[in-house]
Design a protein around this ligand. Sequence first.
Ligand code: G1P
Length: 286
Amino acid sequence: MKAIIPAAGLGTRFLPMTKNSPKEMLPIIDKPAIQYVVEEAVNSGIDDIVIVTGRGKEVIENHFDIAYELEKILEERNDKEKLEEVRKISEIAEIFYVRQKMPLGLGHAIYVAKKHIDNETFAVLLGDDIIVAEEPCTKQIMKAYERYDASIIAVQEVDKKDVTKYGIIECEEVDDGVYKIKNLVEKPNIQEAPSNLAVMGRYILTPSIFGCIEKTKPGKNNEIQLTDALNLLLEKEDIYAYKFKGKRYDLGDKFDWLRINIEMALQREEFKQKLMELIRKIANEK
Ligand code: G1P
């Protein structure tokens, strides 16, 4: 299976950092966020990835390219560990790039990768959603795809007050944590939300979605929304939602970015004790 990683967004919620630097390159400790997303795809068995970029996103391509000068210097210094780490990134998968020339919405971003996908079912991993899970979230929904032979959307329950930030599904539970979708609403207000099950940036989609995107008119925020195209797909095919196991972080959100850095650092031996001491110290001072 191939994957599309849309990474063309402007990142306005993370300004001024994102004025001249893509949000997908924000560091999570010592790795840019997009590397976690690519690694999730690879760890799910995907080795053909198309990243949808846009103006100012060249640095993403450079990150996954061979850094010849750097490798040469590390070789001369005989720094095998760092050399290995840097090389690994350029060999991680076959990555292709296609540009979304105008920010016309998520549905449109996926559509620009159509030629690369052909007529196959594919995965979508949003470049600004980081999911930490024992079994990669994409792998979890790929398994659900094998079982249901239909498009699958990864969902999680959110607080009622947060439904306004997500695509929300109207559904019927068909198995433990598996739902047959009846309708989707993009960022509804609290009163209109049909449930508190939110779309979390991981999808397995059948290629019929492309025809549906073609027919999708600009919706919320005047953008071609994937959510609206999915509602058109529902007229032809079943779509299921799968409640995945794992923690999801929204990279567009400054607090989530702080949270993931702290939580990840607490899992690393080199930082764990020092960071705990710092947190305790700060808490005692408050
Ligand atoms: C997009 C989708 C939305 C989904 C969200 C998950 O919105 O349109 O349905 O819930 O990603 O991150 P965005 O966050 O790009 O505005």
